[in-house]
Design a protein around this ligand. Sequence first.
Ligand code: ZN
Length: 364
Amino acid sequence: MPTRFLATPALALLLVASGAQCRAAESPEPDGAVAVPDTLRLTFDYAGVEALTSALERDSLGDTDVDALLRVHGVRAMVDNVTRFVPGIGEPEFRRAVQSFARTKRRSDLDRYFGLNEVWRARRDMRALVGRLRSKEADIRHRLLVQLAPYQPNTGPLVASAYFVAGGVSTGFVPDDASGRMYANIVRAGDGYDGVVDNLAHEAYHVMQKAAQRRAGLGAFADSVESLPLPDRLLATTLAEGTAQYITEARGRDGRPPRAGRVRQHFAVLDTVLAGLRDGSLAWERAYARGFTSEENERFYVLGQEMTRAIERHCGRACVARMFERHPAEFFREYVRLYRAHPDIVGRFAPATEAFVAAPATGR
Ligand SMILES: [Zn+2]
């Protein structure tokens, strides 16, 4: 992702953890007492939400107004993230979209990428939400810590910056770089305040995953996932999203697991997608769409969540955390070992997938 960062450091959210890591005990007991690190500082950046909302309320926007808007880090990053997922759609399209929306207050064909109409319609709710978030920062910080500490991989000292944004194609995102920045789209927070906090926790776990992978000499999975061989990229993305989803969504961790038939389907789709990536018949964009988008029921999020559920239950939370010190194939190998030992685990891979993840290769 391009690194055109223009943030004001004073506005950045800082999440600072001590070097002393909290690791869960080597026990399959899921509800053991959790030591929470006490050296975390958390501040928040709302400028992306506020600047875009104010801009849309204007009657018109000149080129210099849009220049100023794009100098707000949370806006710039949202636009760059659209380009990351939809190459060919970026700053020029955003300029056209935002100028047109200010003038007409009507959605344009570019709205499917930038979601300006959605931001406009939600502006009052968003202002109220920003007010609530500002007044609850200590509470949010505590919730993040309690939720993530039991699964925190070996990150070392951790510094992360978080930004609330509005619009764009993602619910939240973390760029593939070592900046430690994370972004949460508050328009897409389904459950209001709680949804935003869950969303932020999900992105914060991605920051932890990447920090641990870098520390373990696995920087390729943290910072250049886009240049990995496509089958490895699928394994890495499934690990990153499945664990983050499981840990930060109440329905993943504590809720009722999805129906067995649905789970089996998801595993069969992964077998097919992996085979297509291996023989070159499937492009990454299509693989990503089949597994990780809401149009296709986010099926590999659910699949990765079920894998994480089994690993926590039978191997313990520390086992989940250790997955970021190994090649992502280990997440799959561990899961295969578990379902061979525990017939009650329903999601199974085809023999070709089992053989692929088991095959020794450089760096695995
Ligand atoms: Zn994610």
